[in-house]
Design a protein around this ligand. Structure first.
Ligand code: MN
Length: 199
């Protein structure tokens, strides 16, 4: 998706809608993927429709070189492009709880231990950041060249690219991601995500 260009197409979920039950329910997945994610794609395409010069850029290039986008369409491209970028990564970084890939391994596991002391400590800090976000946004583990691993708090549809970082995992803490099942209890939703996050 990050290297795709206009017109962008909604990618299917890489698993069944009910595959993440009971942590994320099928109704939320339908609404989140088929309505919210799809709307970001449609709106990004609409924004780019009358700008053939922008249509040759990949999604990642559009988000990285925002200053080259005409002011008339910049907000629409950045907001909706960020929504596409974040949601693609989010849905692709989840997997059924029965799979055995919910803990980091190899060099990422080592880097997390060095930076945060332990995986448990990383998990605590990441969860606290997710609960601390005021309003809509994301929490992301990003890898930034010089400083290494960072927990990033993203507002609305900011992306790790805005922090010159490469995203590794991210949690969607917009209410649309959890309200049907968890209502106002963001903490229960965030804790549930650790069972299905894919490293
Ligand atoms: Mn979302």
């Amino acid at each position: 998706m990050n290297n795709n260009t206009y017109p962008f197409v909604l990618p299917p979920l890489p698993y069944a809608y009910d595959a993440l039950e009971p942590f994320i329910d099928s109704e939320t997945m339908h609404c989140h993927h088929d309505k919210h994610f799809a709307a970001y794609i449609t709106k990004l395409n609409t924004a780019l429709e009358r700008y053939p010069n922008l249509q040759k850029y990949t999604l990642e290039q559009l988000l990285t070189y925002q200053n080259t986008i005409p002011e008339t369409v910049k907000t629409a491209v950045v907001n909706n492009g960020g929504g596409v970028y974040n949601h693609f990564l989010f849905f692709n970084n989840l997997s059924p709880a029965s799979e055995s890939n919910h803990q980091p391994s190899g060099s990422l596991s080592e880097a997390i231990k060095i930076k945060f002391g332990s995986f448990d400590n990383f998990r605590k800090e990441f969860t606290a950041a997710a609960l601390d976000i005021f309003g809509s946004g994301w929490v992301c583990l990003g890898n930034e060249g010089i400083t290494g691993l960072q927990i990033l708090k993203l507002k609305n549809q900011e992306t790790a690219l805005d922090f010159d970082a490469k995203p590794i995992i991210l949690f969607d803490v917009w209410e649309h991601a959890y309200y049907l099942k968890y209502k106002n209890e963001r903490e229960r939703y965030v804790n549930a995500l650790w069972n299905i996050i894919k490293f």
